[in-house]
Design a protein around this ligand. Structure first.
Ligand code: CP
Length: 301
């Protein structure tokens, strides 16, 4: 991946497996491995949208590999003074970073950056399009508990329409033969999504989605990408929130995932989020390991 990582759609299985295998070496119990492979390299984290997990874990990942990591957020940068995206990018390019990690509210913004600069670009989430490292860390988290993704029934429930996490997971899971059930209210579940990957079915019934599910991925309602919400918090939870009472519908060993940030009482109850079934904090932990593997691979030559 010398040109960076813009999405899962364009990666093949071998590339994905290579990253996931390498990430295992960077998990905490293996943490003595390959600490300084990026010493002397500079990684710029350029975040035009809010982030806790992705920005922090990219920064930790870079530092664990010995690189210098600099984080820039739109708020507090010269973007606040009216600097355009192109001028911001040219300014950063003139500092010759070895890679730029970018999050932006516009779908395709990292692709634009990749065309504009010779620097490798890593997409940390672009609009409603893709969030590739999230799908990779989700796959790592599932494979820590299951021998294969093939044949798994994965229910992705919530605001699918605005979810780059759902799209990247759909691309990845379908490449490995998982069965994917997308579930949400009609206004948040566009039917055309069924076409973007194989093995995808749609339902508006959460009980149907959960039936025999091996993996339950809950998604936040992305109010920041909607002009107005059609639902009150209570109404949404009544029809699409995950409570403990739902868990008997799923496989006995089902795990509950959520990319975060979670909204307790809106899409997931605290009882489920804090239960033994929840692997939400394991996802966060794997975020560092996977991003170490991605940074190492992107910068390896
Ligand atoms: N999952 C995720 O992207 O979280 P952040 O928005 O906190 O980075």
């Amino acid at each position: 991946m010398p040109g960076g990582l813009l999405g899962i759609e364009s990666l093949d299985r071998v590339e994905i497996e290579t990253i996931l295998d390498r990430a295992k070496n960077f998990q905490p119990r293996q943490s003595q491995n390959q600490r300084d492979v990026l010493r002397g390299r500079m990684i710029v984290n350029l975040f035009f949208e809010a982030s806790t997990r992705t920005r922090t874990s990219f920064e930790i990942a870079a530092k664990r590999l010995g690189a210098d990591a600099i984080s820039i957020t739109a708020s507090g940068s010269s973007v606040d003074k009216g600097e355009s995206l192109v001028d911001t990018l040219n300014t950063l390019g003139a500092m010759h970073p070895d890679a730029i990690v970018m999050r932006h509210s516009a779908s395709g913004a990292p692709h634009f950056l990749a065309r504009h600069l010779p620097t490798p670009i890593i997409n940390a989430g672009d609009g409603t399009h893709e969030h590739p490292t999230q799908a990779l860390l989700d796959a790592r988290t599932i494979l820590d508990r299951r021998p294969t993704l093939e044949g798994l029934r994965v229910a992705i429930i919530g605001d699918i329409a605005h979810s780059r996490v759902a799209r990247s997971n759909m691309y990845l899971l379908s490449k490995f033969g998982a069965d994917i059930v997308l579930c949400g209210p009609a206004s948040l579940l566009p039917v055309e999504l069924q076409q973007i990957a194989s093995g995808v079915t749609l339902t508006h019934d959460i009980k149907e989605a959960l039936r025999d599910a091996d993996v339950i991925m809950m998604l936040r309602v992305q109010l920041e990408r909607q002009h107005e919400s059609a639902f009150s918090s209570g109404e949404y939870f009544r029809f699409y929130g995950l409570g403990l009472e739902h868990m008997s519908l799923a496989s006995p060993h089902a795990i509950v995932m959520h990319p975060g940030p979670i909204n307790r009482g809106r899409e997931i109850s605290s009882e489920v989020a804090d239960s033994q079934r929840s692997v939400i904090l394991n996802q966060v932990e794997n975020g560092i390991a996977v991003r170490m593997a991605v940074l190492e691979r992107v910068l390896s030559n």
